[in-house]
Design a protein around this ligand. Structure first.
Ligand code: C5P
Length: 238
């Protein structure tokens, strides 16, 4: 299933490689986040890219524009398929990120990675917003930051399942919406509170689904990925 991104939330490169080997062909991409990247750096990214995998580098850059541009250019040199930044870094930072991806890709005659933005971390609740200086509700904050990302020319955003419809309404198509928090109705939610099934998230307008533990902690990760694909009525990845 091309729209399924598997979060490789493991501690060792060996575990990440084993999961990728087990899942290759059944899913669309692998997400490498700060946990694995901090342990193993760019090597594991390069290894997966060399095997032909699409890699979403989920490091949520948030810094001054020049620094973020340098980081996104470096991610482009690694050959990642998607990379992300925090929308709260502002328009200049997001423009610097997308420009860096395109310029570096042009220099190397490759395709630029998709550059998407995190709006509000889903770990924040309404009660935390005032604490960090956000006025208004969570939905208002998400909508404002998604529009900002759209206007800055980014390719899309990461959004919780509950925010997909709102963002799709305000930002239209084509705009990539990547959605974690995917759980079947009868499945253990772990620390995810506001979840949706894969089929529901796609019908709300999600472009890609990020799934971690329901696949990587399953006794047979490939079967778990195939079950999710079957539940949405989509084909295995090509
Ligand atoms: O194991 P699970 O399916 O909950 O994993 C979801 C993945 O998506 C994790 O890598 C998590 O860090 C990431 N994520 C999230 N919520 C966000 C952004 C990213 O769960 N808002």
């Amino acid at each position: 299933m091309d729209q399924l991104i598997v979060a490789l939330d493991v501690d060792t490169a060996a575990e990440a490689r084993a999961l990728a080997d087990a899942l290759r062909g059944a899913v669309g991409a692998f997400k490498i986040g700060s946990r694995l990247f901090t342990s193993h750096g760019p090597n594991i990214v390069e290894q997966l890219v060399a095997r032909g995998d699409r890699v979403f580098l989920d490091l949520k850059f948030h810094d001054i524009p020049n620094t973020v541009a340098g980081a996104v250019a470096a991610a482009t040199r690694l050959g990642v398929w998607m990379v992300n930044v925090h929308a709260a870094g502002g328009t200049a930072m997001m423009r610097a990120a997308i420009d860096a991806a395109r310029d570096e890709a042009t220099r190397r005659s490759t395709r630029p990675p998709l550059v998407i933005a995190v709006t509000m971390l889903t770990s924040l609740g309404e009660s935390n917003l005032a604490e960090v200086g956000f006025a208004g509700s969570m939905n208002q904050g998400v909508e404002r930051l998604a529009r900002l990302a759209h206007t800055a020319g980014l390719d899309g955003v990461v959004a919780s399942p509950q925010e997909i419809a709102l963002i799709r309404r305000s930002c239209g198509q084509p705009f990539t919406i990547v959605t974690p928090g995917i759980r079947a109705a009868d499945e253990d939610r772990g620390d995810q509170t506001r979840t949706m099934s894969a089929a529901e998230a796609l019908s709300e307008g999600a472009t890609y689904l990020v799934v971690g533990r329901p696949i990587i902690a399953a006794p047979d990760p490939r079967k778990a990925a195939e079950r999710i694909a079957a539940a949405t009525g989509t084909q295995p990845a090509s």
